[in-house]
Design a protein around this ligand. Structure first.
Ligand SMILES: Cc1cc2nc3c(=O)[nH]c(=O)nc-3n(C[C@H](O)[C@H](O)[C@H](O)COP(=O)(O)OP(=O)(O)OC[C@H]3O[C@@H](n4cnc5c(N)ncnc54)[C@H](O)[C@@H]3O)c2cc1C
Length: 491
């Protein structure tokens, strides 16, 4: 049983997902239970919403689901805003269909709201938030919990198996898998909670937005965000697009996943679900349920589960234990020491930030990789490995390489700013040591581009990538310092 939980939550089967963030007593006169969503933007199979409903039912209070979007979160761009607002619109419709009140706020000139979450929290009987181990959600949740006068509970909605069940004594990934694999079946099913209370119809401390699809372009165009990173032409926003991707996974991708997944030249090699997973538009439980009933060979299902659960949830578990999963010091100590030994080696492959950002370096394969980020807002896994390794040689020193990799990934990729971002980049900078000591890399393994270039059709694929028109994204004078590690905007 999780300590310090009220009965409504402690007796719930999803209780291991919950972490109390403070020890305040519930406010008997609160108007509603506030459910503040930041990244788990789905109305169903969402343990954060379900926890709020359970609390609301027990306290005889309705649930208010709130989602807000500001202009000043790091890397805010047309691409990210459009994807998030599309998810938010569908979240709104789903909440209403579930009998919950939904309130959205898009912060903009003429519609500024200062400290809105705190103001909403001041009228609440209790608050539930997401338990996200990276990006803004983590420290924003902590700030709200510190200021609130009511209990704040953080709930994990990102993983199939609640990370807290794994245990803090686990060190490596094999130990993690030994605990994680036997738990999976127990978390395969869930039932959405039903609210007993009528939707909240009382006063709010602001006028909520009602965002209709047709308004997005004009609204986004007027915001003070990065307009040089355009909307993705490939990854459409919203729940219907996630469902289409899931259907395509089952029909086109899964039947050959284990063999096709490493071939970046195949359009049906991978699911393309990561942006939807990152923003919680779809959760791993729903995906795994559909995989379970799909017609595909066991080796393909196993491989998919290894990626979605074995790798993704490992990185979530790791991030949860790190003060700052985004920081270079998470890279394995031996690798940092070796890279430091070679930090002053000559770097004939170094490139400018502009050439890297725009995919115009001297490395044709690297440019093809970067153009997926630049144009599509996503990159194939096999390409990401080459891309991540090569950045070490293209930048002045290892810490600059880390900052550049995180910056390019976070600014351009819809699935960036995720525990998988920093975990995978750390694996590119560390991983298993190679036998040979090389310039620049020390004993950090390098990677060639043969798996793309030498494939049948590889040369044509590279030529095609080079011919794609890319947006002229703005180029800062230097790689910006990771904003989470320095000043953090207030909410
Ligand atoms: C340098 C580098 C940076 C990366 N940055 C990110 C990132 O910012 N965000 C992100 O979600 N993933 C990242 N990955 C992991 C992986 O490349 C992507 O998750 C995957 O390419 C997404 O495409 P997909 O959905 O088609 O994957 P599929 O092959 O269809 O896999 C299904 C799901 O499994 C998960 N998954 C697959 N591979 C991995 C992996 N290596 N690690 C963790 N989860 C995985 C993803 O959630 C993915 O959506 C990175 C990998 C590398 C090497």
């Amino acid at each position: 049983m999780t300590p310090n939980l009220p009965n409504a939550l402690s007796g719930w089967r999803e209780a291991p997902r919950i972490r109390p963030l403070n020890d305040r007593a519930p406010e008997a006169h609160g108007r509603y239970v506030l459910c503040w969503l930041q990244q788990a933007l789905r109305a169903y199979d969402n343990p954060v919403i379900d926890a709020a409903i359970r609390l609301g039912n027990a306290m005889r209070r309705p649930v208010l689901v709130y989602h807000g979007l500001r202009e000043d979160y790091p890397y805010a761009s047309d691409r990210l805003h459009r994807f998030i607002l599309g998810a938010s619109r569908d979240l709104a419709a789903g909440c209403v269909a579930r009998g919950l009140t939904f309130a959205c706020h898009l912060d903009r000139a003429g519609r500024r709201e200062k400290g809105l979450v705190h103001r909403l929290g001041a009228q609440a009987a209790a608050i539930v938030v997401e338990d996200q181990p990276s990006f803004v959600a983590r420290w924003q949740a902590a700030r709200v919990a510190a200021r609130a006068s009511v209990p704040v509970y953080a709930i994990n909605a990102a993983c199939l198996v609640p990370p807290a069940l794994i245990g803090d004594d686990v060190q490596g990934r094999s130990g993690f898998l030994r605990r994680h694999e036997p738990e999976r079946a127990a978390w395969a099913e869930t039932e959405d909670e039903a609210p007993d209370m009528a939707p909240y119809a009382g006063p709010l401390p602001f006028r909520p937005d009602d965002l209709a699809e047709g308004e997005f372009a004009a609204l986004i165009g007027a915001l003070a965000i990065d307009h040089t990173v355009p909307v993705s032409p490939v990854f459409s926003a919203g729940r219907a697009s996630a469902e289409e991707r899931l259907t395509r996974l089952l029909t086109d991708v899964l039947p050959s996943y284990a063999s096709a997944r490493n071939d970046a030249t195949r359009p049906d090699g991978a699911s393309g679900l990561s942006p939807y997973l990152h923003f919680g538009v779809i959760g791993p439980r729903e995906i795994m349920a559909r995989i379970g009933t799909a017609t595909a060979g066991a080796q393909h299902k196993k491989k998919f589960a290894d990626e979605l659960l074995g790798w993704r949830e490992w990185f979530h578990f790791q991030a949860r234990r790190l003060d700052a999963p985004e920081r270079y010091d998470r890279v394995a100590g031996w690798a940092r020491a070796k890279l430091a030994d070679h930090a002053t080696d000559p770097r004939p492959d170094s490139e400018t930030l502009e050439a890297m950002l725009r995919g115009q370096t001297r490395d044709e394969t690297w440019n093809a990789c970067q153009r997926q980020f630049l144009i599509d807002g996503w990159m194939h896994n096999n390409l990401r490995m080459y891309w991540g390794k090569r950045i070490i040689a293209m930048t002045p020193d290892p810490e600059a390489a880390w900052a550049a990799a995180c910056y390019l990934n976070d600014r351009l990729s819809l699935d960036g700013r995720d525990p998988s971002t920093y975990g995978n980049i750390a694996a590119m900078f560390g991983g298993s040591p190679s036998d040979r000591e090389r310039p620049v890399y020390g004993r950090v393994a390098t990677r060639g581009d043969g798996s793309t270039r030498r494939r049948d059709g590889g040369a044509a694929w590279l030529a095609d990538a080079a011919s794609r028109p890319a947006p002229q994204v703005s180029v800062p004078p230097v790689v910006p310092v990771d904003p989470y590690l320095t000043g953090r905007p207030t909410i």
